[in-house]
Design a protein around this ligand. Structure first.
Ligand SMILES: C[S@@+](CC[C@H](N)C(=O)[O-])C[C@H]1O[C@@H](n2cnc3c(N)ncnc32)[C@H](O)[C@@H]1O
Length: 273
């Protein structure tokens, strides 16, 4: 991956390439060049991907949903478009609790898209059910999500047993297997999957901020009652995550900062109705 040292202050988690790949997959599956009706961007964040979807697919409407009202407000201010709306919505909530306006989209959405968001969702069963409700006949669901892998892979079995008492992150097989089962159970059986490892390069100080995100999502699986008193969970996780998938690079930034290369673990799903 190219790294531009002049812009490194602005470097952040680069999710654009995976989003582009998802859009390519959508286009590749549209063999008969059908016009896209409603496109739903799940976990739309600041609205950048909703904008890409509007430009690339030219659908009748692009709807973005995100669990975080601040993100939705940012998207409305910065990435509003014609025939577009953003809503605050947790996609893993039971369908009955969804925003009434969104429920009106049932059976009408031709593309459900989600980039770098569904690793936050533990309830894949309800989420898959919601996708099935929203999707039109011949609709397509494309999403990718990160898997942090087995952070205990490179430590001793004794230490693994100790850590697993207070933090048991599901294995890759459990996470992927659950999605496959849940999609199949709602009739979405035409599933293609791809795994790849995008590489991100960060100056150490940017990485120090970024690492808080995977730490937060690991901590969803924390058994608080079992954490030993003198243990800093954040420090241990930071070290383990870095050890499992990071590499301090020999090159440095012109300003002297060390650089870290992070190998992401990304699963991509393409699901045709
Ligand atoms: C890393 S951002 C990705 C944003 C955007 N998709 C992109 O590619 O730039 C992940 C987003 O997923 C949202 N998210 C997490 N859990 C969610 C849920 N259960 N329902 C809807 N959005 C969710 C977060 O609030 C966040 O904005």
């Amino acid at each position: 991956m190219d790294f531009d040292p002049d812009t490194y202050e602005k470097t952040s988690f680069d999710a654009i390439l995976p989003a582009k790949k998802l859009i390519e997959s959508i286009k590749a599956k549209n063999e008969t060049n059908n016009k896209y009706t409603i496109v739903l961007d799940v976990g739309c964040g600041p609205g950048n991907t909703a904008k890409m979807l509007a430009e690339e697919l030219q659908p009748e409407q692009v709807i973005g949903v995100d669990i975080d009202p601040e993100m939705v407000s940012f998207a409305r201010t910065n990435n509003s478009m014609e025939n577009n709306k953003y809503y605050t919505q947790d996609v893993s909530r039971h369908w009955d609790d969804w925003d009434v306006e969104l429920k009106r989209l049932a059976g009408k959405v031709s593309v459900i898209f989600s980039n770098y968001a569904l690793h936050w969702v533990q309830n894949s069963e309800t989420t898959a059910n919601n996708f099935a409700k929203l999707l039109s006949s011949n609709g397509i669901v494309v999403f990718d999500f990160l898997n942090v892998g087995d952070i205990y892979r490179l430590i001793s079995p004794e230490l693994r047993t100790e850590y697993e008492q207070w933090l048991r992150y599901p294995t890759e097989q459990e996470i992927i297997g659950r999605w496959i089962t849940d999609l199949k159970n709602v009739g979405l059986t035409n599933i293609e999957m791809k795994y790849w490892e995008p590489i991100s390069i960060y100056p150490i100080k940017v990485y120090d901020e970024f690492i808080n995100i995977p730490i937060k999502w690991f901590k969803q699986y924390l058994n608080d009652q079992k954490v030993p008193k003198n243990v800093s969970v954040d420090d241990i996780l930071k070290e383990l995550i870095l050890k499992e998938r990071g590499r301090i690079m020999a090159e440095k930034c012109p300003k002297g900062d060390d650089l870290i290369e992070i190998r992401q673990h990304l699963w991509e799903f393409v699901v045709k109705k």
